[in-house]
Design a protein around this ligand. Structure first.
Ligand code: GDP
Ligand code: IMO
Ligand code: MG
Length: 422
């Protein structure tokens, strides 16, 4: 048995989908444990581009069981659309292949309305994906959440929605002055969607428990990134789930008590979508160049991603916050052939130089200190050039963990494994 976690080490979109897809080839189970359809994981297979939001990236492989754990917030309507899209791409989805926890929390229409209203009318804009993620997690934590199993019994569902809506109704009507569905309408909508999901609903914790006993290979597919973690991230500009290592244990369960390896998926530069501080952000033509060459548009919302140089103090923090054991360095090809190459090794903060972005540091007040490196110009056909080696070695030295994977293109073949994972 071997278990491996794929975790974004920055602000998301590091290439987790691609790496999960490749490593799932040798896995029995691929598990999503947090987040929801705010994620957008892109997998390129030949001339096909598949973007998965809720369904684990293991679904592309028929030998894999894909699991959506109880820590996920689940929009039944988004699932319906995604399922149709996956099936249209000739990918098999059966209840044997896809298992969804009966205890996953449902994203209701009220959650989506609240998300949209807060973003458009609130005083602090987070730049959310607008999928109702935060409000759904609020419902869960306040013990008013609708669980997937509730969709199977309409009378129960109406009772739960009554309890759920009381306070929101007041806000939607009086504060936000917006339309919202009646409880009866929302119950009917969710109940109908529940019929589509019913065959997939089960007890996923027990499936994991058996898998551990049967020595299966398990891969946990994280969504978002460590700097978007509700506790470890750049609060309040974060998502509402535990995106780091700890989220695995609360969001899916790992009965063996530990995950063998934690692979931090790391873009060779930094990107961020939405609001919030970003110390190494480039406002120059260089940033624009990286954005264009890297095709840096959000896979879920289509928004332009902000771009900047690699930020080692942030990554050093991510290594500690999420127990990373090695790095998969992605999109190295985008930096190849540039006229200049910089990396941030430390920050100037409150008159001191610091090399690790511990929580409590106000990231909007740090001054990044950049080191110039000799740019590399590699075609990735043979061994890495000396300059690329220097870049990788610097990352390894500063972070204290190895770079175990180098990805240099979106295709499945554009990757170098520097170690065997399974
Ligand atoms: P995720 O959310 O972490 O799965 O990442 P996204 O799918 O949102 O964004 C990563 C984008 O980069 C996708 O369009 C991938 O197809 C693409 N990609 C992944 N790895 C590489 C790489 O090494 N080089 C290039 N050029 N593109 C890559
Ligand atoms: P993947 O899995 C990048 C960001 C949003 C916003 C913040 C809060 O593809 O890496 P939310 O809708 O979650 O309440 O938004 O988090 N965000 C992501 N950014 N990649 C993602 O997922 C993201 N999921 C959420 O842009 O800043
Ligand atoms: Mg993404």
């Amino acid at each position: 048995m071997k278990s491996l976690a794929i975790i974004g080490s920055q602000w998301g979109d590091e290439g987790k989908g691609k790496i999960t897809d490749l490593l799932s080839q040798k896995c029995d189970l691929v598990v999503r444990y947090q987040g929801g359809n705010n994620a957008g994981h892109t997998i390129i297979v030949g001339d096909k581009k598949i973007v998965l939001h809720l369904i684990p990236s293991g679904i592309l492989h028929d030998h894999c069981t894909s699991i959506i754990g109880h820590g996920v917030v689940f929009d039944p309507e988004a699932f319906k659309v995604e399922l149709e899209n996956v099936l249209n791409n000739n990918i098999t989805v059966t209840p044997e292949k896809l298992k969804i926890s009966a205890n996953a929390t449902v994203i209701t229409m009220y959650n989506k309305l609240m998300d949209a209203q807060r973003e458009s009318k609130g005083t602090v804009k987070i730049g959310t994906t607008g999928k109702g993620i935060g409000p759904a997690y609020e419902d869960k934590i306040s013990r008013r959440g609708i669980k997937l199993r509730d969709l199977l019994n309409k009378e129960e569902l109406i009772k739960k929605l009554e309890n759920n809506l009381t306070e929101k109704e007041f806000l939607l009507k009086n504060l936000y002055k917006t339309e919202y569905p009646t409880i009866e309408e929302e119950a009917s909508r969710l109940f109908e969607l529940g019929k589509i999901i019913a065959p997939f609903i089960c007890d996923t914790f027990s499936i994991l428990d058996h898998a551990v006993k049967e020595n299966k290979n398990i891969l946990f597919e994280g969504a978002q990134g460590i700097l978007l973690d509700i506790d470890y991230g750049s609060y309040p500009f974060v998502t509402s789930s535990s995106t780091s290592y700890g989220g695995i244990f609360t969001g899916a369960g790992m009965p063996s008590g530990k995950v063998d390896e934690v692979l931090g998926i790391t873009k060779a530069y930094t990107t961020r979508v939405g609001e919030g501080p970003f110390p190494t952000e480039l406002f120059s033509e260089v940033g624009e160049f990286i954005q264009k060459k890297g095709g840096e548009f959000g896979a879920t919302t289509g928004r332009k991603r902000r771009c900047g140089w690699l930020d080692l103090p942030l990554l050093k923090y991510s290594v500690k916050a999420s127990c990373l054991t090695s790095i998969a360095l992605t999109k190295v090809d985008i930096l190849s052939g540039m006229d200049e190459l910089k990396v941030c090794k430390s920050y100037r903060y409150e008159g001191k130089d610091i090399d690790c972005a511990y929580p409590g540091i106000d990231l909007s007040k740090v001054e990044p200190i950049f080191t110039d490196l000799a740019p590399f110009d590699d075609d990735f056909k043979g061994e890495p050039s000396e300059n690329l080696r220097t870049y990788i070695e610097l990352i390894e030295k500063e972070l204290g963990i190895p770079v175990s994977i180098i990805a240099y293109g979106p295709e499945r073949s554009e990757i170098k494994f520097r170690k065997d994972f399974f």
